[in-house]
Design a protein around this ligand. Structure first.
Ligand code: SF4
Length: 602
């Protein structure tokens, strides 16, 4: 690597990781990188990538991140190593015409298609004759993803979304959010004709591969389906596809069990013909609506449910997917199309000659090899072997509480009462900030929360927008935040002030194994067929959820936290070996925990 590392004082292990990747990444290699939060893996990966692109080993890097906020550190570090970059996120957020409008991305996609076809979008018209050097000179100093889109639309007057798609052929680094490679309804439209045969794929937070259902699945509520039926009827576009939609909405709540219940494409009469016809009708309906409401200021009127349903259904005709239904809180049903095997992940990764899968809790090599079925050569690197610091282990004190378990056989009122007492006790000795309590399921959460004393300040995970929940939490001096493992609050929020986490205690109630349901049976069959030990997947998924939740409390070296692993099953050697936390005490007594926390406070 001829260029200098862009920071004067690299952290321990950063240069070593770059060298490892530079040396080992060639055609047909997948590198699994484990690096804890705060290590600075993005810069190490981009430093190596820049050299690999310069040498022509790859034409560019395609870097995917979970959320749009995670685009920003990548473009910052990409700029530091001198890579020409572009970014892609939701069309409804990038488009200057949709900004501030309450419209779904799917709904807006239909509006955008019509504006383009009818030649009514000036931004798009100008995108057809781009001045590439001018574009790069404008976007290269973008502060963040919003500024990136603003520069394109306000400074140059072009469509940020379609300009970014054009830039794919000119960049060294392309950064996109997960849906662009993991959501069937998006990836098959956007990148299906692009050539990635020379491109290096980087998957950030690659532990999400284990959770394939939430990574690649798509959902739609019965309410949206009902609205789609009404739209078709109002627009007199009543056809045989209505039968298919009515089949979907006829599912009875009483027929739906816990978790995901299998429905299947055959039962509702879904095939490719129906999906294609539905899309044609959705486009017809959009055109019809557009004739009636030809006003871009009122795009909300054009947010047709039928279009959302058509896109959803299109993803369900893929043979690696099936249809399931679940009951949602507080009531009502949601239809899901979920991947039923890991071959879909293999197909995505194998579209690229090489890939880096990185995370603080990376999946095991054996899982990637056998469970996902990757045939490429696999390299594994853990930066702690270079001496990198792991603040999760150094700054978190863990206590194992063995006085309870959420194991199915032992779920009793008495057990729930024990957990509620533990949470109340921790709240009373807690000095301030957030106590985050992670439950294995909504059912367990509701049972325990209902027993907690009403004088405890609490926030409970709900369907409210995340920003609203975060505001609610931040306003309280001392609060218990109740959430479910793998849920939005457990993995998706940053509760920090000046870079310091507000979460001072994490209580993991139970071991968050996936709950048994029809969907997990499909995954189990897929793994068993491939000769991968299913129980290892089950355990790895639970450990990943624990570490992700615990990781919310330790965002940097400044953070310190208390972790309570509240289930006697944590004594199992295989769980402990992988969780690798600094366990200070193992006790079945809540009084002992109270004393330990009081002494830690002092
Ligand atoms: S083409 Fe026009 S309507 Fe579509 S995203 Fe671009 S600016 Fe928005």
């Amino acid at each position: 690597m001829v260029n200098k590392f862009p920071y004067d004082r690299p952290r321990i292990g950063q240069i070593e990781l770059s060298k490892f990747l530079y040396t080992n990444l060639r055609e047909d290699v997948v590198a699994i990188v484990s690096a804890p939060t705060g290590f600075g893996k993005t810069i190490s990966i981009l430093y190596a990538s820049r050299a690999l692109v310069d040498e022509g080993r790859f034409d560019k890097v395609f870097y995917v991140v979970r959320t749009r906020n995670e685009l920003d550190p990548v473009i910052r570090d990409g700029r530091k190593v001198g890579m020409r970059f572009s970014i892609l996120y939701s069309i409804a957020r990038m488009c200057p015409l949709a900004r501030g409008k309450n419209i779904s991305s799917d709904g807006f996609w239909a509006v955008c298609s019509l504006l383009r076809i009818k030649g009514l979008c000036e931004y798009y018209r100008r995108t057809r004759s781009l001045d590439i050097p001018q574009i790069f000179s404008s976007i290269s100093s973008s502060r963040d993803h919003t500024d990136f889109a603003d520069r394109l639309s306000k400074e140059i007057g072009v469509c940020p979304y379609f300009t970014s798609l054009e830039l794919l052929d000119y960049v060294d680094l392309y950064v996109a959010t997960y849906p662009y490679i993991f959501k069937e309804s998006i990836k098959s439209w956007i990148f299906s004709d692009r050539d990635f045969s020379q491109t290096l794929l980087v998957i950030d937070e690659a532990h999400n591969i284990l959770n394939i259902g939430s990574l690649m699945g798509e959902s739609i509520s019965i309410d949206v389906l009902d609205r789609a039926i009404r739209e078709l009827e109002e627009l007199s576009l009543d056809t045989d596809t209505l039968d298919f939609l009515k089949n979907l909405t006829s599912i009875k709540v009483d027929d739906v069990g816990k978790g995901y219940t299998f429905i299947g494409r055959d039962r509702v009469g879904l095939d490719k013909g129906v999906a294609d016809r539905l899309m044609e009708i959705a486009i017809e309906a959009s055109l019809e609506m557009f004739r009636e409401h030809n006003d871009i200021d009122n795009v909300e009127d054009l947010d047709l449910s039928i279009y959302r349903v058509a896109k959803f259904v299109k993803s369900a005709v893929n043979n690696h997917f099936e249809i399931f239904v679940s009951r949602e809180r507080p009531k009502g049903l949601t239809i899901h199309t979920l991947p039923i095997d890991f071959d879909v992940v293999r197909e995505i990764i194998e579209q690229f000659p090489s890939a880096i899968l990185m995370s603080g809790t990376s999946p095991d090599k054996s899982f990637i090899e056998k469970g996902v079925g990757i045939k490429k050569h696999i390299e594994v690197v853990d930066v702690e072997e270079y001496g990198a610091r792991n603040y999760l282990r150094e700054n978190a004190v863990a206590i194992m509480f063995t006085g309870a378990t959420t194991s199915y056989r032992e779920r009793t009122e008495r057990m729930f009462k024990t957990y509620s007492k533990l949470i109340e006790t921790l709240y009373r000795v807690h000095r301030g900030g957030v106590i985050m309590v992670i439950y294995p399921s909504y059912e367990v959460m509701n049972s325990i929360v209902s027993l907690i004393s009403s004088d405890i300040e609490m926030v409970i995970e709900s369907l409210k927008p995340l920003s609203q929940i975060i505001d609610e939490i931040a306003r309280k001096e001392k609060v218990v935040v109740n959430t479910v493992a793998g849920g939005r609050l457990a993995e998706g929020i940053e509760l920090t002030v000046n870079g310091e986490s507000l979460i001072k205690t994490v209580v993991v109630v139970g071991v968050p194994y996936p709950q048994p349901d029809d969907y997990i049976e499909f995954i189990k069959r897929d793994l068993q067929k491939k000769g991968y030990i299913y129980t290892e997947y089950y355990r790895d998924l639970a450990i990943m959820r624990v570490l992700q939740a615990v990781g919310r409390a330790i965002r940097s070296e400044k953070d310190y936290a208390l972790i309570v692993l509240a289930d006697r099953r944590y004594r199992q050697k295989k769980l402990l070996e992988k969780i690798k936390l600094n366990i200070k005490a193992v006790t079945d007594s809540i009084n002992t925990i109270e004393k330990i926390v009081s002494s830690l406070n002092q």
